[in-house]
Design a protein. Structure first.
Length: 325
């Protein structure tokens, strides 16, 4: 069936047209670059977002490549690409948060039109983007001191239908480690509570933008688009075995001090193995941290400084992993 002209954010997007513009949430002096693609034939509307955390660069690069490569004349359905949501943080080199108010866009939903800027951004995305989406793919990375095993998060706290479809799409990507998530306050996770299936993909770390990471993201997005028949599949295939982590332990720190650890992302640890310890400036041990079960390290803190309540890492519980060929 032929597609229709699309009205979005005050623009008319013709059939077989790609337009690019900057949106200004509620007329704020805040720029979010957007690419909108309206295909020839009808189909699903897929949203791809990056820059929720402004120092996580591979997703931003992947969005740029996708916006250039995708031919609207070969699309069934519609695609919205949000190149970088936290642009102020991006250009001022803030690693994660919206600099004007310190808001974390991955945990600030639902939004508020009358709130601070990050709350307004969340409200605008909910009102104008989520309501258009059939599926959302949010691209992230490990932080500046957070090595990361390539992984993705899929919902388990939404409706059965949303949970099931999100996991099926997750399996279509090249990422092998799929982590069950009960989060509800981020862009993708809040969308799932509104009945919109979604996943969050993670690649790269250390505020770097390596080609291997952003090109892998590009391939993942093409696989997802192919899953929904938004583009032709051609010879694109997801990679081998999938590990579905049904239980992951997230460990935070109880002290502020100096962090010492030899743990690396991807390592397998035995119950009781030492993750690391916190010391003061004089070398006195303030606290030790050990894993409580046999596990795989998904991501971990690698910096010297750590603060109370800071993230030590995420550890996939080997007792609760499903292996899918």
């Amino acid at each position: 069936m032929k597609n229709k002209v699309w009205s979005l954010l005050g623009y008319k997007v013709d059939i077989g047209e790609k337009i690019q513009f900057t949106m200004h949430p509620y007329d704020e002096k805040y720029d979010i670059p957007v690419t909108v693609i309206n295909g020839i034939n009808s189909g699903k509307t897929i949203v791809v977002s990056a820059g929720i955390h402004s120092g996580e660069y591979p997703g931003v690069a992947a969005c740029s490549i996708l916006s250039e490569q995708i031919d609207p004349l070969k699309v069934n359905g519609r695609i919205i690409i949000l190149h970088c949501i936290n642009t102020q943080g991006f250009f001022s080199k803030h690693e994660r948060f919206v600099p004007e108010d310190g808001g974390n866009m991955n945990g600030i939903f639902p939004g508020d039109k009358e709130g601070t800027i990050s709350k307004k951004l969340a409200a605008f995305l909910e009102e104008n983007i989520m309501n258009e989406a059939d599926f959302i793919v949010d691209l992230h990375s490990g932080g500046g001191e957070e090595p990361l095993l390539p992984c993705l998060f899929f919902p388990v706290a939404a409706s059965e239908e949303v949970n099931k479809l999100s996991l099926e799409v997750a399996k279509a990507t090249t990422i092998n480690h799929l982590i069950a998530s009960t989060a509800k306050g981020g862009f993708y996770s809040y969308a799932t509570t509104k009945g919109i299936p979604a996943i969050l993909l993670e690649r790269g770390a250390f505020n770097k933008c390596d080609r291997i990471d952003y090109e892998a993201f590009v391939e993942d997005i093409y696989l997802i688009l192919a899953y929904f028949k938004v583009i032709d599949k051609k010879d694109r295939k997801s990679s081998g075995v999938k590990f579905i982590w049904r239980k992951t332990d997230y460990i935070t720190c109880n002290q502020t001090g100096l962090w010492y650890s030899d743990v690396e992302a991807g390592m397998l640890l035995k119950k009781g193995d030492l993750i690391g310890c916190v010391k003061d400036f004089y070398g006195n041990i303030l606290g030790e941290y050990r894993v409580t079960e046999d596990c795989r390290v998904m991501y971990n803190h690698a910096g010297l400084m750590i603060q109370k309540d800071g993230v030590i890492g995420a550890f996939g519980d080997l007792r609760h992993v499903e292996i899918v060929d």
